[in-house]
Design a protein around this ligand. Structure first.
Ligand code: DGY
Length: 335
């Protein structure tokens, strides 16, 4: 009998075709938003699930789904999945690294420029028919070229952002838990700094670090006060890394000059304080949203699910302790 797999949000036809070759498939192609209870009910009797960042996979859910063997997220970030709880329940957890690196790096530069050049504000004025022609001092912004940019988080995406910024002749600083090796620092032209140096020196701070209990409110009121008044903050990482309430206040008070946000605390709800501000550019968590990249992400997640349920050794396994424990799968190679 075919194993049963659930897909929690709409995916591409190719993704469905890949999964349908192997599994008895149920997919939320209507793209409805499900509550935690809806998800738990729909997961009854399922062996695998493809989730997205809006689906919380925690102890409460897993304890209601004893048959589940794999949770495959269509994302590189996996803070919505309690990986330790998955391990305790013998559930493999997988993600989709690499395939989105370049698109997210592109969008990081895009949102940085949009913020520096007040693109959202200008467009709002123009569409409201309030633009009265160009003049010398309208919508004055800041330059990216030759700016000092600090990238917080220096994994694959952070490094790809640094490579792009070299083309803008930026001074590139980075902050990360562990220092990159010297050859890499030299190759991307980035210098490691402490968090205090990051706050004091950066004209632009780009956040691309993982969200963990340790990085919760990495940027809050105290940090914002240590930044330059002319500084710009860009959050490409996860809501929760920035205290959005403190940020709204800092933008209102002029503590920093501007912000670009692709991610929010409590998505899809956005802190009300941000909506009325002209010095913040808001994008709806779309850093990886190009057609080829999203196709690749979905296909990577599908392949992870297929490998998990056929060999117990998916390529992007976050909890390798589990794969070998799946009955009848130990020692079998991944395809
Ligand atoms: C990721 O992959 O973690 C992105 O944030 C989802 O688009």
């Amino acid at each position: 009998m075919k194993k049963k797999v659930l897909v929690t949000r709409e995916v591409f036809d190719e993704t469905l075709a890949c999964l349908a070759q192997h599994f008895d498939l149920t997919s939320n192609q209507a793209n409805e938003r499900w509550s935690a209870d809806d998800l738990a009910r729909r997961l009854q009797g399922k062996d695998g699930v493809l989730v997205t960042t809006g689906d919380r996979v925690d102890e409460a859910l897993l304890s209601r789904c004893p048959q589940l063997k794999v949770v495959s997220t269509v994302s590189v970030g996996f803070n919505h999945i309690d990986v330790d709880a998955c391990t305790r329940h013998g559930v493999m957890a997988t993600n989709t690294p690499d395939v989105l690196t370049q698109s997210v790096a592109d969008m990081s530069v895009c949102l940085t420029l949009a913020t520096l050049r007040r693109l959202g504000e200008g467009e709002r004025r123009l569409r409201a028919r309030q633009w009265q022609g160009t003049h010398l001092k309208q919508f004055l912004g800041h330059d990216l070229h030759h700016a000092t940019v600090c990238i917080a988080g220096f994994g694959r995406i952070g490094q790809a952002i640094a490579r792009r910024l070299r083309g803008f002749d930026c001074t590139i600083l980075y902050h990360a838990r562990s220092r990159a090796d010297a050859a890499l620092e030299q190759a991307v032209g980035a210098v490691h700094v402490t968090k205090d140096e990051l706050l004091a020196r950066a004209d632009i701070v780009i956040l691309i670090l993982p969200y963990t209990p340790q990085t919760h409110h990495f940027i809050g009121r105290a940090e914002l006060q240590k930044m330059k008044r002319s500084a710009v903050l860009v959050n490409m990482a996860r809501g929760g890394i920035v205290d959005d309430g403190a940020l709204a206040q800092a933008l209102r008070d002029g503590t920093i000059w501007g912000a670009g946000l692709d991610v929010y605390e409590n998505e899809p709800d956005v802190n009300e304080g941000l909506f009325g501000l002209d010095n913040v550019v808001l994008s709806p968590h779309i850093a990886s949203a190009t057609e080829p990249t999203r196709q690749n992400m979905a296909m990577t997640a599908a392949r992870n699910c297929v490998a998990a349920l056929t060999t117990g050794a998916p390529p992007n396994l976050l909890n390798p302790q589990v794969g070998a424990r799946v009955p009848g799968m130990a020692g079998q190679p991944a395809d």
